[in-house]
Design a protein around this ligand. Sequence first.
Ligand code: FES
Ligand code: FES
Length: 157
Amino acid sequence: MVNISLTVNEELFEVSVREDLRLIDLLRDELGLIGTKEGCGEGECGACTIIMDGETVNSCLVMAFQANGSNILTIEGMEKEGNIHPIQQAYIDVGAVQCGFCIPGMVLSTKALLDKNPHPSKEEIREGISGNLCRCTGYNKMIHATEKAMEYMEEGK
Ligand code: FES
Ligand code: FES
């Protein structure tokens, strides 16, 4: 076992983890943050995307001990004071959420993109979410949602 400490959604956790425990399992099974989804488990689908120290990572490919000292944002941390994030509102408003399985990862990839580039082009949005597979929507809705989120964030919604 390895003792690690990490900050998840602005809360500090000190936990003892097996060397072979994946970060996704720590988040879901031990911290109860089941908004992070597992699709492929092989780094292909992006359903398990989280933001770690400002960068999106596939949490199925990271070992829990590698997250020692890191600062992590999961989909649960997007809500503030009972209000969902403007990106989440935009996804809902344009109808980008169908079965919903890809959405936590998609929303976090969108957030990471907009944090770095508040005014991305359609091509840059496409590139920003290219690691996230959706079997339902065909991606145009995600692009539209990102553009709507940019509007909401500028309006301070
Ligand atoms: S579950 Fe991690 S990339 Fe698919
Ligand atoms: S909304 Fe169903 S996989 Fe994306």
